[in-house]
Design a protein around this ligand. Structure first.
Ligand code: SAM
Length: 288
């Protein structure tokens, strides 16, 4: 069983410890970013086909489906995929894919929007993964990443404030000893590769996610890319306080206009709109 599956087993509640799902104002704000991206694709006349990596129980899958998108939702946890099917499987616009090894080779098709919500920090080489996943985006399409921790070494004060809020929240939660042991191991930099707690949120345990590297990747592959720094905390009072103080410990990134200059032809049966032979249809894929 892979570490993601071992951690995200049957019965887990993704809302617990997830500010982007549990804090209403933050959740609304992030959903609005998704909504704006989908509206933009609709205005461009692109098909509303979404690929969501690491969909979990569908906190954001549900929003994309409600916006009328066809959604391919992928996850490394079998029980999460089963729960996703149980919740939304009657919607013919959902395709749920279990990918135990987390490899993109199992994912076919092309998409106008690629989304990662609270997932990049689970992936060891997230830039290579972003590059490969973006090859499934059609020309003009978009990429949206939400809810990753910013690079701690670049934002030490915000990171410490976030940790303090986390500890205050953690005191009221179950399995306190195991949780504190994990935190102490992390603070000493002693990571246990056999322990899913140390492996599952790969970059939370290490140094956060390099938001500048994510932005720089997107700037190279999309016509425009915007970083969305924000504050998120499990503790409601800390959420309000951090927002009021304008702190940033998390980020999202939205990129539009998957680069046409770098596009490659994708061949299939049919007619293309570029004057090429009737038997050839070209769908331009974003190549990065
Ligand atoms: C923190 S959860 C987020 C779930 C959901 N997006 C949400 O916001 O509620 C991270 C999810 O990503 C999945 N995951 C991690 N790496 C993955 C990969 N390479 N491919 C597919 N899913 C992955 C995990 O199994 C887990 O369900």
């Amino acid at each position: 069983m892979n570490a993601q599956e071992a951690y995200y087993r049957s019965g887990i509640d993704y809302r617990r410890g997830s500010p982007h799902l549990a804090q209403p104002a933050l959740h609304d704000r992030l959903v609005e970013v998704l909504r704006a991206s989908v509206h933009r694709l609709a205005e461009q006349g692109l098909p509303l086909r979404v690929l969501e990596i690491g969909a979990g129980h569908g906190g954001f899958t549900m929003q994309a489906l409600a916006l009328g998108c066809d959604v391919t939702a992928v996850d490394m946890s079998r029980s999460s995929i089963e729960e996703l099917q149980r919740r939304f499987g009657t919607n013919p616009k959902l395709r749920a894919l279990y990918v135990p090894d987390g490899e993109l080779s199992h994912v076919d098709g092309d998409y106008s929007l690629l989304i990662f919500v609270s997932v990049l920090h689970h992936i060891p080489d997230y830039i290579a993964f972003l590059r490969e996943a973006s090859q499934r985006i059609v020309r003009g399409g978009s990429l949206l990443t939400l809810q990753d921790p910013i690079l701690y070494s670049r934002h030490r004060a915000a990171h410490r404030a976030g940790l303090a809020a986390y500890f205050a929240w953690r005191l009221a939660q179950g399995s306190l000893i195991a949780g504190l042991q994990t935190r102490l191991r992390r603070m000493r930099g002693a990571l246990d590769e056999a322990n899913p707690r140390d492996m599952v949120e790969y970059h939370v345990v290490r140094n956060g996610v390099d938001e500048e590297a994510v932005l720089s990747f997107a700037r190279g592959a999309f016509a425009e890319a915007t970083l969305i720094p924000y504050w998120s905390s499990q503790l409601a009072v800390a959420q309000r306080l951090g927002e009021r103080l304008g702190l940033h410990n998390s980020f999202g990134m939205v990129a539009h206009g998957c680069d046409s200059a770098l596009s490659l032809p994708w061949r299939g049966p049919g007619l293309n709109e570029s004057g090429l032979p009737d038997a050839v249809i070209i769908r331009f894929m974003c190549v990065v």
